[in-house]
Design a protein around this ligand. Structure first.
Ligand SMILES: Nc1nc2c(c(=O)[nH]1)N[C@H]1C(S)=C(S)[C@@H](COP(=O)(O)OP(=O)(O)OC[C@H]3O[C@@H](n4cnc5c(=O)[nH]c(N)nc54)[C@H](O)[C@@H]3O)O[C@H]1N2
Ligand SMILES: Nc1nc2c(c(=O)[nH]1)N[C@H]1C(S)=C(S)[C@@H](COP(=O)(O)OP(=O)(O)OC[C@H]3O[C@@H](n4cnc5c(=O)[nH]c(N)nc54)[C@H](O)[C@@H]3O)O[C@H]1N2
Ligand code: SF4
Ligand SMILES: [Mo]
Length: 910
């Protein structure tokens, strides 16, 4: 007490979960990080007032965790497996880097691709892309290397908002979809657990909306924290959301007057008036090939963009024209009967009555009907609002979908119906309505508006993977075959990780017919992901990775994936590393800023032990592998986030020599500030160290895509999916020409309107058919949900997080309906066994009223058996119980975290 102390406050960012980045300051006393606080200086800029969520408060303990790996390590036991002790021994950085570089050079000498055509080098990064904001210049190393297989599933992607990512980007440049929460009045949330998953910005926005009187209805099988603070909870039967949404479409089109819908929006901003010809493709003008609409003014069919046209929204007409199908299919029609896409839609949903859905969803028809009417009433069709001087429609209703609803079978239906419901009341991409956050498949990633480019037929262009005879990639270029099988996944730097990433694991066990012989990657690099815990069928995933010949894991602590590693490398963690990142604009989950710019992550304290900055590691690897020049050039091109050369400035690095970590980020800081200010201001690393961020205003008009479509005279590609029909037909032909039949179920989904299928039945039948079990022996649905306190398995090793989480029900066992438990003789705290068709696990029963009797829930992703501290939780996870199956893969390549199980009591309360 009383001794003079040096106290500093250091600004930095947190991006531990996808709801970030958020800004904070860390107090450092005598060189020791002691406290996390909001960044009050950024309160006027950051959408959550410069605050961070509970997870960021764990960063001090994260830094000083006694279980950290703090030196490079080498495996001494050549055998790999769960039961093998790796025998890790500490080695020097020199030795570690030399071993890795020697291996990489050996691989490079053989050729970047192996005899199957697959990259010899693979890399997996987890957590929804957040690791990029911690890995410094590693992306430049990978770019310098050449082809890398990024397609080994790391938990993210196919389990995430997968179908939403793909269809969302197609329809409205929406990698993820959110309400315009600050203006909305009515939110229908199908399993979107925003109060747990939305981070500090999401929680803040929704709290404000509640104060304003906005009404949120939570539709999901268990009462999540989001349900608990919603106006209403509707306990729907799992995987039946598509039927509920189809029934809403029915109510809007068959039970309420047409005038209540936004008819001008449908006519002018969607393809509703386009005429559909007998083979299911649009009727087109023979000369221009443009789709035709029925012009009420002239009483004939004319191209959709004819000046002065008054397109009919509904009706059947007789007209002539051509129809262009798959490949060279072409039909010439003389005076044939055609109908508008909208009329087709009305017919399509005729049978989808609330009564029909009620039986499927186990939700009363009256509830579905009432919710649909509330949705229309709150939409305020006709209202307008001024945003930054421009008058836009105001439609304060939105529908959001959570994971398990927007991925796997039924995901297409749910994403389609949600987007369509927005169109029916003109609420897509307008104030108060349903908005996309950001793009990852379309380019440029930094600006959603700039990604709006005119494509064919009056829609936005889309970067499909080709399916025509000449363009189709018959030989997959990575092990999950994303470009071969999934036209929608495009070919951006994110596309591999959004391919059917479980196929890469499954095929390690058996290559599917007509595919190249399956090979393991010769070198696999892993950072901030733990697929041995976070993916499906974790035993099988672990077995496959144990057979990989050479695995390099960046390691914070020991974990279940790096248990199979040959080399462990300790990286400078969140508060120790240096990196500049883009912030602001609009971003998932609900990061909507009125600013954009850059933030610095900086060493708040020096790295502990032998941990090294990522940029140093990447530079050393590039140098030792002999690709330093290519690596520096990649940084110059912007691989670390910013192009170093722009109009009127050039901070490019000399490609021939290695640069220090500070030199590299100093150049990035200067280029970033020049880019942001059009060359007016240039700030180096020192400036960013003290200021933390540099921003300029971001127009709120850019939150909404609608103005960009109006300005370019474009339409949303709704409701009829003519392009998907064509693309799917072509893909089917290509696969069948090769003799591939194992993707046939997925091909059925390429329909212009997504048909309802018995989605829960698909999950149950897959178990019976693949494992020879009886469906009725697995009567419960096992589902999972987010915890606000945990970012996946990222922070399970932090004691403080566990302490906070313990205050929230559900973290220590298996949630089961109290009434159902009583029937089965299960009391609170009893040990129960949960068995799927492939495996059983155990946990303590937590009895709750707030869950359907046919559903049980395992929060988060635990079940660790190596990760220090977490391995003592004894909290079960669904992941070992959930098989990877082709039958459970939809046409976009996604699956869902849901599995039929049986339960029984095996022991009394502890
Ligand atoms: N049961 C269940 N499973 C799920 C889900 C679910 O809801 N329930 N969700 C799925 C979804 S949507 C996703 S996106 C995935 C995410 O799953 P993953 O992408 O696999 O991510 P994490 O589980 O966070 O893995 C993080 C790993 O990084 C390590 N780590 C943390 N900090 C550092 C660091 O500073 N340096 C280094 N080198 N390593 C660090 C941690 O120890 C941990 O092993 O999980 C999926 N799996
Ligand atoms: N704190 C925190 N925030 C995160 C993450 C994190 O790990 N921690 N991860 C981020 C990532 S990568 C993702 S993908 C998102 C996920 O974000 P969300 O999708 O919002 O979150 P979950 O809680 O995983 O979603 C599961 C919810 O869906 C419900 N559910 C399950 N099956 C069904 C069904 O068939 N129908 C309906 N209607 N509901 C169902 C469950 O009851 C649960 O409440 O969260 C992101 N945000
Ligand atoms: S929401 Fe995510 S990024 Fe933001 S402070 Fe919390 S953990 Fe960090
Ligand atoms: Mo995710």
């Amino acid at each position: 007490m009383g001794t003079a102390r040096e106290v500093r406050k250091v600004p930095t960012y947190c991006y531990q979960c996808v709801a970030g980045p958020d800004l904070l300051t860390v107090t450092v006393e005598d060189g020791v990080a002691t406290k996390v606080e909001p960044n009050f200086g950024a309160a006027g800029v950051h959408p959550a007032g410069g605050k961070v969520c509970v997870k960021a408060y764990g960063l001090v303990q994260k830094t000083y965790n006694p279980h950290r790996v703090l030196t490079p390590m080498k495996r001494t036991n050549p055998r790999k497996g769960r039961d093998e002790d790796p025998g890790f021994v500490p080695i020097s950085w020199d030795e570690a880097l030399d071993i890795i570089a020697a291996k990489l050079k050996e691989v490079r000498a053989k050729g970047l691709r192996d005899e199957s055509g697959y990259p010899r080098l693979a890399a997996s990064f987890g957590g929804g892309g957040t690791p990029t904001q911690y890995m410094g210049t590693l992306p430049a190393f990978l770019a310098a290397w050449g082809p890398v297989d990024m397609g080994f599933g790391s938990g993210q992607g196919v389990k995430c908002y997968h179908s939403e990512h793909l269809y969302g980007e197609l329809w409205h440049r929406a990698f993820t979809v959110t309400p315009d929460t600050p203006l909305t009045e009515y939110i229908l949330s199908f399993g979107s657990n925003i109060e747990a998953s939305g981070g500090v910005c999401g929680v803040w926005r929704h709290a404000d909306a509640r104060v304003r009187g906005a009404r949120r209805v939570q539709i999901e099988p268990h009462l999540s924290v989001t349900g608990a603070c919603s106006a209403e909870w509707i306990p729907i039967r799992p995987k039946t959301d598509a039927a509920f949404l189809h029934a809403m479409v029915h109510v809007l089109l068959h039970e309420i007057p047409r005038e209540r819908l936004d008819l001008p929006f449908l006519r002018e901003r969607t393809a509703s008036p386009y005429l559909v010809a007998p083979n299911g493709f649009y009727l087109r003008d023979p000369e221009s090939g443009k789709p035709l609409v029925w012009d009420e003014a002239s009483g004939r069919a004319v191209p959709f963009d004819t000046p002065g046209v008054r397109p009919a929204l509904e009706g059947r007409y007789r007209a002539s024209g051509i129809e262009l199908g798959a490949d060279d299919d072409r039909w010439v029609h003389e005076d044939v009967e055609v109908e508008t896409a909208f009329t087709r839609l009305v017919e399509f949903c005729r049978g989808h009555t609330p009564e029909w859905a009620a039986a499927i969803c186990d939700v009363p028809a009256e509830t579905i009907r009432r919710v649909s009417r509330e949705y229309v009433e709150h939409a305020r069709v006709g209202a307008t609002i001024e945003i930054e001087g421009r008058t836009l429609p105001l439609r304060p209703v939105a529908i959001t979908l959570g994971k398990t609803v927007n991925n796997g079978w039924g995901g297409y239906n749910c994403c389609w119906a949600r987007t369509l419901l927005a169109c029916l009341v003109g609420a897509l991409e307008v104030p108060g309505g349903t908005l996309g956050t950001t793009v990852r498949l379309n380019r440029p990633a930094s600006d959603r508006h700039a990604s709006v480019r005119p494509g064919p037929d009056g829609f936005m262009d889309y970067p499909w993977n080709p399916t025509d005879r000449e363009g189709w990639l018959a030989e997959p270029d990575v092990r999950n075959a994303n470009r071969t099988l999934i036209p929608l996944v495009a070919n951006s730097p994110w596309s591999q990780a959004l391919g059917p990433t479980h196929l890469a694991w499954m095929m390690q066990h058996k290559a599917p017919e007509q595919f190249p012989r399956m090979t393991p990657p010769e070198v696999w690099i892993v950072y901030r992901t733990n697929p041995a815990i976070s993916f499906w069928h974790t035993d099988k995933v672990s077995e496959a990775m144990a057979r990989f010949p050479f695995v390099v894991c960046f390691a914070y602590t020991r974990d279940e994936t790096n248990h199979m590693a040959d080399i462990l490398l300790p990286d400078a963690t969140d508060l120790e590393g240096l990196q500049l990142m883009r912030i602001g604009g609009t971003k998932y989950q609900e990061q909507y800023w009125d600013h954009q710019g850059f933030a610095l992550r900086q060493p708040v304290v020096p790295p502990r032990g032998e941990a090294r900055d990522f940029t140093w590691i990447a530079t050393e690897l590039a140098r030792r592998v002999g690709i330093l020049k290519e690596y520096n050039e990649a940084i110059n091109r912007g691989a670390a986030g910013v192009r170093l050369k722009g109009e009127g400035w050039d901070f490019s690095l000399d490609p021939e020599r290695p640069h220090s970590v500070e030199e590299i980020w100093d150049a990035n800081c200067k280029a970033a500030s020049a880019e942001l200010t059009g060359g007016k201001e240039v700030h180096g690393l020192d400036w960013f160290r003290s200021h933390g961020i540099l921003v300029r205003p971001f127009p709120r008009l850019h939150w909404y895509l609608y103005p960009a479509l109006v300005d370019q005279g474009l339409r949303f590609e709704m409701p009829y999916q003519e392009r998907l029909l064509r693309v799917g037909t072509q893909l089917e032909r290509r696969l069948h020409e090769r003799g591939i039949r194992w993707w046939d179920k997925q091909l059925e989904e390429y329909e212009p309107f997504p048909e309802w299928r018995d989605f829960p039945g698909i999950y149950r039948r897959a178990m019976a058919e693949n494992f020879g079990v009886r469906e009725e022996d697995f009567p419960f649905w096992l589902v999972t949900a987010r915890s606000m306190q945990y970012a996946w398995g990222n922070n399970v090793a932090i004691q403080q997080i566990r302490e906070v989480a313990k205050n929230v029900a559900g973290h220590d066992g298996v949630i089961i309906n109290a009434g159902k438990a009583a029937e089965l003789g299960i009391r609170d705290g009893d040990l129960i066994e949960i068995r799927s068709a492939i495996k059983a696990t155990r946990g303590r029963a937590i009895l709750r009223q707030g869950i359907r009797p046919d559903t049980i829930l395992m929060l988060g992703q635990f079940d660790h058996w190596v990760t220090p501290y977490a391995k003592d939780f004894r909290t079960p996870s669904m992941n070992p119980l959930n098989p990877m199956l082709l039958d459970l893969t939809d046409s976009t390549g996604s699956g869902a975290d849901i599995v039929p199980v049986a339960i029984r009591r095996v022991g009394g309360a502890a």
